[in-house]
Design a protein around this ligand. Structure first.
Ligand SMILES: NC(=O)c1ccc[n+]([C@@H]2O[C@H](COP(=O)([O-])OP(=O)(O)OC[C@H]3O[C@@H](n4cnc5c(N)ncnc54)[C@H](O)[C@@H]3O)[C@@H](O)[C@H]2O)c1
Length: 320
C-alpha cells in the first residue's frame, strides 16, 4: 500500500497541465506528482521530467487501475481532453470518447480509490451564445454550439451525480479563453493572441488573420490565473459537491484592442488578413466571476496587460 501523498494530473504535457505542474511543484515541493498524457495534442518538451509519468490514454481502464493502485492519490486535476472545437465538429464520436467517457472513467477510479476531490476543466464553450454578459453560471438549460461544448456540459452533471451518489467531492471550473506561455500559435486551442504572435515571430507559419470586424471581444484569462484557481479549488475546506464555477478575468477586451497592445509591446506592425466571420463563432465572452470569488476566494492574480507582456516575452525568447 503506497503511503506518500500524490496528486494525479491528466494532460500534464498540455498547455495548462504543464503550467500547472510547474507552479504546483513550486508551492508543494514535497507532494509527489503523477501525470498521464498520450501526446495527442500535448508536447514532449512541455513534460516535466521529474514527475512520475505514464504515457497512455485516460480511456484505458487497465492503465488507470495500475496508476491508482500504485499511488495514494488525494486529488485529481483533470486537464486531458481533445479540446479543439473544430475537431469535435468533424469527429463527434472520437471526442466524446475522450471528453466524456474518459472523464467518467476517471471519476469511477477516483470514487473507488477515495480521492478527496476531483477538479475538472470545463469550458465557457458550454454557454454557446450567452444571453447575458457578464455571464453567470445559473441553473437554466444551456445550448452549446459544438460537440466539444456539449461534451464539457455533459461532464458537469456527472460530477454532481458522483457527489450525490457516492460522496466523491468535485468541482468543474469553466475556463474562459486561456492564453499564456506554452500555448503555441498552431496548437489545438490557441487564442488569437498566440496565433497572432506566432505569425508575427515565425512568419513562415503563415499570415495572421482577423475574422469579422475585430470588435468582437473575449474574456482573456491568463494561464497563471487558471492554475491558481485549480490550486484554490483544492484548498477549499468542506465540500464543493460538483459545483460549476466560471474562471475568467472578469473583463473583456476587443480583438482590435489586443492588436494595439501587441503592436505596442512588440514594437512590430501586426498586419492581419481580413476574413469573414466563422460560422458558429460567438460575438462576445465575458465571465461573471463572483461565484469563484465567493466559493474559492479567487481573483485574477495577474491582469490582462501583464499577462500579455509575459506572453510576448515568451515568444521573443523562442524566436531568438
Ligand atoms: N485553453 C483554453 O482556452 C481552454 C478553455 C476552456 C477549457 N479548456 C480545457 O482545459 C483543459 C486543458 O486544455 P489545454 O488548453 O491545456 O489543451 P491541450 O490540448 O494543450 O492539453 C490537453 C492535453 O490532454 C492530452 N490528452 C488528450 N487526449 C488524451 C487521452 N485520451 N489520454 C491522455 N491524455 C490526453 C493531450 O495530449 C494534451 O497534452 C482541457 O480539458 C480543455 O478542454 C481549455
Amino acid at each position: 500500500m503506497p503511503t506518500q501523498k500524490s496528486i494525479l494530473v491528466t494532460g500534464c504535457a498540455g498547455f495548462i497541465g504543464a503550467n500547472f505542474v510547474r507552479e504546483f511543484k513550486k508551492r508543494y515541493p514535497k507532494t509527489k506528482i503523477v501525470g498521464i498524457d498520450n501526446f495527442s495534442t500535448g508536447r514532449r518538451d512541455a513534460l516535466d521530467k521529474t514527475i512520475t509519468f505514464y504515457r497512455g490514454s485516460i480511456c484505458n481502464r487497465k492503465l488507470l487501475e495500475k496508476i491508482f493502485l500504485r499511488h495514494r492519490l488525494t486529488y485529481v486535476f483533470h486537464f486531458a481532453a481533445l479540446p479543439q472545437v473544430s475537431y469535435s465538429v468533424e469527429n463527434p464520436a472520437e471526442t466524446t470518447e475522450v471528453n466524456v467517457f474518459g472523464t467518467v472513467l476517471l471519476l469511477e477510479m477516483a470514487r473507488d480509490n477515495k480521492v478527496k476531490r476531483f477538479i475538472h476543466s470545463s469550458s465557457s464553450a458550454v454557454y454557446g451564445d450567452a444571453k447575458e454578459l457578464p455571464t453567470k453560471e445559473g441553473n437554466e438549460l444551456l445550448h452549446p454550439r459544438s460537440p466539444y461544448g456539449l461534451q464539457k456540459y455533459t461532464d458537469e452533471p456527472f460530477l454532481k451525480m458522483f457527489s450525490d451518489l457516492y460522496g466523491l467531492d468535485s468541482v468543474a471550473l469553466r475556463y474562459f479563453n486561456v492564453f499564456g506561455p506554452g500555448q503555441y500559435g498552431g496548437s489545438a486551442y490557441a487564442t488569437v493572441i498566440c496565433n497572432w504572435l506566432e505569425g508575427l515571430y515565425f512568419r513562415h507559419k503563415g499570415k495572421p488573420f482577423l475574422e469579422s470586424d475585430g470588435k468582437q471581444s473575449r474574456d482573456f484569462c491568463y494561464v497563471k490565473n487558471v492554475v491558481d484557481a485549480n490550486i484554490k479549488a483544492m484548498k477549499v475546506k468542506g465540500s464543493l459537491r460538483g459545483e460549476t464555477i466560471n474562471i475568467g478575468h472578469g473583463k473583456r477586451t476587443t480583438l482590435l484592442e489586443v492588436r494595439k497592445l501587441i503592436e505596442q509591446y512588440t514594437e512590430k506592425k501586426l498586419s492581419l488578413e481580413r476574413r469573414p466571420t466563422r460560422l458558429g463563432d460567438v460575438r462576445h465572452t465575458h465571465a461573471d466571476i463572483s461565484k469563484a470569488r465567493r466559493l474559492l476566494g479567487y481573483r485574477p492574480l495577474i491582469d490582462f496587460e501583464t499577462g500579455l507582456r509575459e506572453t510576448v516575452e515568451w515568444f521573443e525568447e523562442r524566436a531568438k
